[in-house]
Design a protein around this ligand. Structure first.
Ligand SMILES: Nc1ncnc2c1ncn2[C@@H]1O[C@H](COP(=O)(O)OP(=O)(O)O)[C@@H](O)[C@H]1O
Ligand SMILES: [Mg+2]
Length: 322
């Protein structure tokens, strides 16, 4: 059977003043249809690099990635992407943000039906009732839910998730993990997800890929997670195999840690302030590539001047939007 996603001999290097810096080398991975694969590894080893190439936002230097039988040559609506930051357009409501994606795949439906679809995806991530709220009125967890709803609204076969829950509080994170699990089970999604969190990986994944440290990072070990689905965290926590897998993952990470071996899994938890949400030019680029919002911008009323941080791309986009 053709794998849903196949990474072949992937390599990525950057030219630097000291010569080429090899970030990822000979990375191979096959993800089956409906499979959930997590990638863990130390900060800076190249996890996001691999994922960004699968997203079509970064170019491979060697090898490549095939998704559903087609080589990735750029961003595409066959993939739903979610990052640490929810990358929402601050001047659109939650529903309007999700509608950007709904519009992409349901151009023939009436606007009422499309709105109902957007609400359905918001419901699926537990956001019923918040559809009319704007990003700066929502908590970090709620914004992330909108981001996930937007990714699901493309109705993609493949989800590419780069630490989507790492900045959230523990309770919200657990809720979103459970929702993601049930959504993936219902729709048989294929998922490639980067996480720092060993317990998250064991709960969600069918297989966990441990990446070696860079430079020239690659697949170190792969561990299969044998628990039946549906899973619940308490149930699997009582299984002795849980602790075996956990020790295996931590052992791998410790072995490959720099220095004294204590740098196991560190996430910098940023406190998310209730300030006006900004969208960076990088986020804007991703939103545009994955929702094509420029095509539809006329349909969305502008609530406020778009807030876009830095860079020439940002300014160009502001001009285009106004
Ligand atoms: N444009 C670039 N030029 C040079 N090095 C880069 C560039 N982008 C990322 N890197 C380097 O690639 C490495 C892997 O980064 P990344 O994939 O973001 O790691 P991870 O997601 O595992 O934390 C890091 O050491 C980073 O500094
Ligand atoms: Mg990363």
């Amino acid at each position: 059977m053709i794998p849903a996603l196949e990474v072949s001999q992937l390599g990525k290097s950057y030219d630097t003043a000291q010569g080429p810096a090899v970030i990822v080398k000979d990375f191979n991975l096959r993800v089956s249809d409906g499979e959930f694969v997590c990638i863990i590894g130390h900060s800076g080893c190249g996890k996001s690099t691999v994922l960004s190439i699968a997203m079509g936002l970064n170019e491979a230097t060697r090898g490549g990635i095939i998704i559903a039988g087609r080589e990735v040559i750029g961003p595409g609506l066959d993939r739903g992407v979610v990052f640490q930051s929810s990358a929402l357009l601050p001047w659109l409501s939650a529903r309007e943000n999700v509608l950007l994606a709904v519009e992409q795949v349901n151009q023939r439906l009436s606007s009422r039906v499309r709105q109902a679809l957007a609400d359905k995806f918001l419901d699926a991530v537990g956001l019923d009732g918040a559809a009319d709220s704007y990003p700066d009125e929502l908590s970090a967890g709620m914004r992330q839910r909108v981001g996930i709803a937007r990714a699901l609204a493309l109705e993609p076969k493949v989800l590419l998730l780069d630490e989507p829950f790492s900045l959230l509080d523990v309770i919200t994170r657990m809720e979103l993990q459970d929702q993601l699990m049930s959504l993936c089970a219902q729709e048989n999604k294929t998922v490639l997800m980067v996480t720092h969190d060993v317990d998250e990986a064991i709960l969600l994944a069918d297989r966990i890929v441990m990446m070696t440290n860079g430079p020239a990072a690659t697949v170190g070990e792969i561990v299969a997670v044998p628990f039946e689905r549906p899973r619940d965290r308490l149930g699997i926590g009582e299984d002795p195999r849980y602790h075996q897998i956990r020790s295996q993952l931590l052992g791998f990470l410790e072995e490959r840690a720099h220095g004294d071996g204590t740098a196991v899994i560190q996430v910098e938890r940023q406190s998310v302030k209730a300030e006006k949400q900004k969208v960076t030019s990088e986020e804007l680029f991703v939103i545009e590539k994955y929702t094509g919002f420029n095509r539809f911008r006329g349909r969305f009323r502008k609530r406020q001047a778009p807030m876009i941080e830095d860079s020439s791309l940002g300014r160009a986009e502001v001009k285009m939007l106004s």
